[in-house]
Ligand binder design. Structure first.
Ligand code: M6R
Length: 610
């Protein structure tokens, strides 16, 4: 959470680069923002409560130019989202921006207070400014003061520090929170994440835990905490800056929903052979799938829902016993895993603390780990024994959409890969599975055409205060995902249930004020059962939106019920089609309610706190 930027270069460009960088990092937090710039003998700090727009308005009045600057967009952990708590925080000549949490900040604050330091904010970050200032005596360089100041700091951090006394310098360091650096002619850039610097350079240096970078207009030097200089290679990131724009869509979320067939194609490209009917994962060459007796999939939020679908896929295709756990739950319970357990950690950002810490804990217990993520060089990518990337491209909207579908398709391919490796399926079956895979992007494209009809449907339903989503089998997690989408962007209360569970309690909620979204693609066993659930809801006066591939369902509907017709598709891949109308429904309802769709209240795209 929180986004950091830094810049050294053209004084006329500093403010623009900082604000643009913060704009593209706003998904990391958006409750307050600030910048601090320095030039010879002058330091200017501007901070503001609320969205970045407020900060921009404040800065516009000031005509600031300076060659060096840092900026921050905040997701509050310690202290309310007020201007006073907004970063950068300063003490003496030092100013700092910070992403992460300082766990021992209250002890450190107490000690500093006893030594006469006075604090103006409620943040943990201000403590860091005081610790550095205390070490920053005459003749000491900023990087030396930073290193000394951080000696007793515990927790996670990525920070950028500047000083009025050394205006051509930014010191950046990281532990457990991401930080990237890049340069172009006469300019240096620092950021929490690649999108903030992609418009200026695609050659990115990824700092590692324990790195401290000293950046001046003339050089970028990286040291370890013992002060030895180290080399970090630049990595070419092939994301196009255009990918992080809205491309004419009103919101990133809508753009990202529509990008799904393309994201699926990019993710499956090069992984399967159409002539041999095989699936390949080069990154798993050294992974011995035969030694595995059990798979445990870990994830949070939408990635957890993809994990639940993963269980169906792996058990059904590869026949390997698979469990799923919320990353936040796994870590703190006694779990039974060993070196025959494969941990599959799923995370769009690759930075979710609950998931990365769970992965590390499982690794310590001897499990083999695979990270499935969308972000190169992210923490999970670095910590896992093996890393498989989805190719969704940057996902900016806080509500996850294309990450979900690319995660599912990757697990599907992994299940086929494991099944072939373990000789669980014959050629004919792998042929069928791969044919279904190939036909999927077109089916998703057909589902995307539902956009305008669901916009109309949303008008009828946006005033309801509660919703229930029901699904069965592999579409039960889609019910969870549909309800999560609705609640996170529209703030409407929504519950997802396995349809078979209705009669065990939730059915008591059904009346004419409770719309029920029923996910009912026409597949074998489940279809008849879900028809039964449909009748149960009708008998209790519920209003139904049914998502189905069976047009004859129409004949069963009452006058207030609605049908969303989706294309037919293989059962195992149906979640990738059924979820699309649910994404649209949440989007259009939220749009009608006027919420902040790409940056819903209280949330952040990357959750780096446990
Ligand atoms: O980056 P991750 O996939 O690890 O993120 C996990 C969740 O925080 C995320 O899916 C969250 O639930 C989304 N806002 C859902 O739309």
């Amino acid at each position: 959470m929180c986004g950091i930027v830094g810049y050294i270069g053209n004084p006329e460009r500093t403010i623009g680069v900082l604000l643009n960088g913060l704009k593209s990092l706003e998904y990391r937090g958006y409750d307050s923002a600030g910048i601090c710039v320095v030039s010879e003998g002058e330091r200017n700090t501007v901070r503001s409560e609320g969205k970045l727009e407020n900060l921009k308005i404040k800065i516009e009045d000031k005509q600031i130019t300076a060659p060096t600057g840092i900026g921050h967009t905040r997701w509050a952990t310690h202290g309310k989202p007020t201007e006073n708590n907004a970063h950068p925080h300063s003490c003496g000549p030092v100013s700092i921006v910070h992403n992460g949490i300082i766990e021992n900040y209250s002890d450190l604050k107490e000690e500093l207070s006893a030594r006469g330091h006075e604090f103006y904010s409620d943040t943990d970050t201000e403590v860091l400014a005081h610790l550095i200032e205390e070490q920053y005596e005459d003749g000491v360089l900023l990087e030396e003061a930073v290193l000394k100041g951080f000696e007793r700091v515990e927790g996670s951090y990525a920070v950028a520090v500047l000083s009025e006394n050394e205006p051509d310098k930014i010191v950046a360091l990281r532990k457990f929170s991401p930080l990237v650096i890049a340069e172009s002619e006469n300019e240096k850039f620092i950021a929490s994440d690649v999108p903030a610097i992609l418009p200026y350079s695609k050659n990115i240096i990824f700092l590692e835990d324990g790195d401290i970078a000293v950046i001046t207009s003339g050089s970028i030097k990286i040291y370890n905490y013992s002060g030895q200089e180290i080399k970090r290679d630049k990595k070419l990131i092939n994301w196009d800056p255009v990918m992080i724009e809205k491309a004419g869509y009103r919101h990133y979320m809508l753009k990202e929903i529509h990008e799904q067939p393309r994201a699926i194609l990019d993710t499956i490209r090069g992984r399967f052979s159409e002539s041999e009917f095989t699936v390949e994962f080069e990154e798993l060459l050294k992974f011995n799938s035969k030694d595995i007796s059990k798979i445990l999939i870990l994830g949070c939020g939408t990635s957890y829902h993809a994990s639940l679908i993963g269980k169906y896929l792996i058990e059904s295709i590869a026949g390997i016993s698979t469990e799923v756990d919320l990353s936040s739950e796994f870590r703190y319970r006694d779990n039974v895993i060993d070196d025959k357990t494969l941990i599959l950690s799923i995370s769009q950002s690759g930075e979710t603390a609950d998931t990365s810490e769970a992965l590390i804990a499982a690794k310590e217990q001897g499990a083999v780990t695979i990270g499935l993520t969308n972000v190169e060089m992210s923490k999970i990518a670095r910590e896992a024994d093996f890393t498989v990337y989805t190719k969704a491209g940057p996902e900016i909207g806080v509500a996850s959409t294309k990450a979900f579908t690319t995660q599912i398709i990757t697990i599907y391919m992994m299940a086929v890969y494991l099944a072939i490796k373990r000789k669980k399926i014959d050629k004919d079956l792998s042929k069928d599975l791969i044919r279904s895979l190939i036909s999927l992007p077109k089916l998703m494209q057909v589902a995307l055409e539902l956009d305008s009809s669901i916009k109309v449907l949303a008008k009828e339903f946006h005033t309801y205060k509660n919703f229930i989503y029901l699904g069965r089998g592999i579409n039960y997690p889609v019910a969870l995902e549909g309800s999560l989408k609705l609640k996170e962007i529209s703030y409407i209360h929504a519950e997802g249930y396995a349809a078979g569970e209705m009669k065990h309690g939730p059915i008591a909620l059904i009346d004419e004020n409770m719309p029920v979204v029923l996910i009912a693609p026409k597949h074998g066993n489940y279809f008849q059962k879900i028809m039964g659930n449909f009748q149960e809801i009708k008998a209790r006066g519920g209003r139904i939106i049914v998502v189905t591939s069976d047009s004859s369902f129409q004949n069963q509907l009452g006058k207030d019920d609605r049908i969303i017709l989706i294309p037919e598709c293989s059962e195992l891949l149906s979640p990738l089609v059924t979820v699309i109308p649910l994404q649209f429904l949440a989007y259009h309802i939220a749009n009608l309610l006027g919420t902040d769709i790409d940056q819903p209240r209280n949330l952040a795209k990357v959750v780096t706190v446990e």
